[in-house]
Design a protein around this ligand. Structure first.
Ligand code: MV4
Length: 459
């Protein structure tokens, strides 16, 4: 096992990692920008190093500063958290070359999954179902058009280096493929430094379902079922839950088996999330794979009763998986609301000082946060303030518990999206568990009430 872990992140996830390290008996090194000097992760870690000014590029993305901090403090492992450098294969490689352990999958796995075209090909070979689409990357607009004509419309153009919804264009006919290919490719080149594109059949009303994989360095691997993450706005998840109302025990077993086979074939290690798109008929298709700890991990942790960050660290140090597949059955229902510092109506960021704070508690309630009274939400980073996670025996209990917890939550001085969460929690399709990725749109822009058609008989 490691002795000292440097946490290359901030906010609630840095705190989470520090907590897991403490429970494993590991010393911790926090890094922080000048803006975060007062943060809890700085106070809770054994040591703290300032790595630069507020902008992420000069601090949390500053590789030289991070590696120097690891060097001077004598850390033997680096935990990247999520965002920032967490899925940067070059960073993982540099860490490894310094003789430190990067807490995550091997750099080549991060690289493979970072290229969506390569990941798609590898996962298809390994047995995961894909939507009909281009085999490799598209050479030009002519090839895009030819393949689109073969598979039928609508299709979606995606950037190989994109992911998480960035660099996508929906095309409903041949003319749109022609019109959009070059623009999309140029945009991808300027945004990601790689203009490679691919194309696949577009699903109109998808659910976003992701499977949690856990693999040790000795060939053992299990899955921890699915999370439903369809409550999103502009590719930012707002609410996640486990299990999904759309997944039966039989489907879970089948998806799990297929995913385990694929992970074994590519020799995957550590935590991984396989994102699927599910259509209205319950058919599922591989989208992309995430190689990092995720914001929504708590719902899986609550349902399967294990600390995924603890596992991530243990597995990276070479310790074996302790659970076997037959001992992992969903034992509860869990829901997470991402509480963001933003206007609940416009969704504009709302940084500033929290002048009053009271967080919910009680049975089945977990709050992962860096917030406290007088904490200043910084304008430089993402707007996540807290993950409010509730767990109950059934989905109905969890829904009631979430509403109760949202009503208890007091955050003054900044705006938060708590009022929006309450709207979702009362929206019939959400309450019934019959929703897809269009749900936020449907809540914000309800279809106008239809005029009653006048007929001769009426009157
Ligand atoms: C799609 C799709 C429909 N058809 N691919 C967005 C994020 C990225 N992981 C994949 N995304 C989508 N890919 C095909 N072939 C619709 C989306 C999509 C979406 C997916 C999950 C959650 C929310 C979404 C919102 C809009 C579009």
């Amino acid at each position: 096992m490691f002795k000292k872990v440097l946490i290359a992140n901030r906010g609630e996830i840095a705190l989470r990692v520090i907590r897991a390290c403490k429970e494993l008996g590991l010393a911790t090194v926090a890094v922080h920008s000048t803006a975060d000097a007062e943060s809890l992760h700085v106070r809770f870690a054994d040591e703290a190093i300032c790595i630069g000014p507020p902008p992420s590029k000069q601090s949390y993305l500053n590789v030289r500063a991070l590696l120097s901090a690891a060097d001077v403090t004598g850390a033997d492992a680096i935990h990247p958290g999520y965002g920032f450098l967490s899925e940067n294969a070059e960073f993982a490689e540099m860490v490894t070359r310094m003789g430190l352990r990067f807490i995550g999958p091997r750099p080549e796995m991060i690289r493979l999954m970072g290229n969506k075209v390569a990941a798609r090909e590898a996962m298809e070979k390994a047995g995961l179902p894909l939507l009909p689409g281009a085999r490799g990357k598209l050479a030009d607009a002519d090839e895009a058009e030819k393949i689109a004509e073969e598979i039928g419309y609508p299709v979606i153009l995606k950037a190989a280096a994109g992911g998480g919804g960035r660099g996508m264009k929906i095309c409903r006919d041949r003319a749109q493929v022609r019109a959009m290919f070059d623009t999309a490719s140029a945009e991808a080149l300027s945004a990601f430094g790689d203009g490679s594109m691919y194309l696949e059949r577009y699903v109109e009303q998808p659910r976003h379902i992701e499977l949690q994989m856990v693999a040790d360095e000795h060939g053992r691997i299990i899955h921890l079922g699915e999370r439903e993450c369809s409550v999103q706005r502009r590719h930012q998840k707002l609410i996640e839950e486990a299990p999904s109302a759309a997944v039966t025990p039989e489907l879970r077993r089948e998806m799990g088996e297929v995913a385990l086979g694929a992970m074994r074939k590519v020799g995957y290690n550590n935590l991984g999330t396989i994102e699927f798109l599910m259509d209205e008929k319950g058919r599922y298709y591989f989208m992309e794979m995430n190689t990092r700890v995720q914001v929504e991990h708590p719902v899986t942790e609550q349902v399967y009763r294990l600390d995924l960050v603890r596992e991530q660290i243990r597995l990276a140090s070479g310790e074996p998986l302790e659970r076997t597949q037959d001992t992992v059955v969903p034992g509860a229902h869990s829901i997470e609301c991402r509480v963001n510092a933003e206007d609940p109506v416009t969704f504009a960021p709302s940084p500033g000082k929290i002048t009053g704070y009271h967080q919910p508690g009680g049975y089945g309630v977990r709050v992962d946060t860096m917030a406290y009274e007088q904490y200043k939400v910084q304008p430089y980073y993402d707007s996540l303030v807290a993950k409010l996670v509730v767990t109950g025996q059934t989905r109905e209990i969890a829904l009631k518990r979430m509403m109760r917890a949202l009503n208890e939550y007091v955050i003054e001085g900044i705006k938060t999206n708590i009022p929006f969460h309450k709207r979702v929690l009362t929206f019939p399709a959400f309450v019934e568990g019959r929703y897809d990725t269009r749900i936020v749109e449907q809540i914000l822009n309800p279809p106008a009430a239809e005029e009653k058609p006048k007929t001769a008989a009426a009157g």
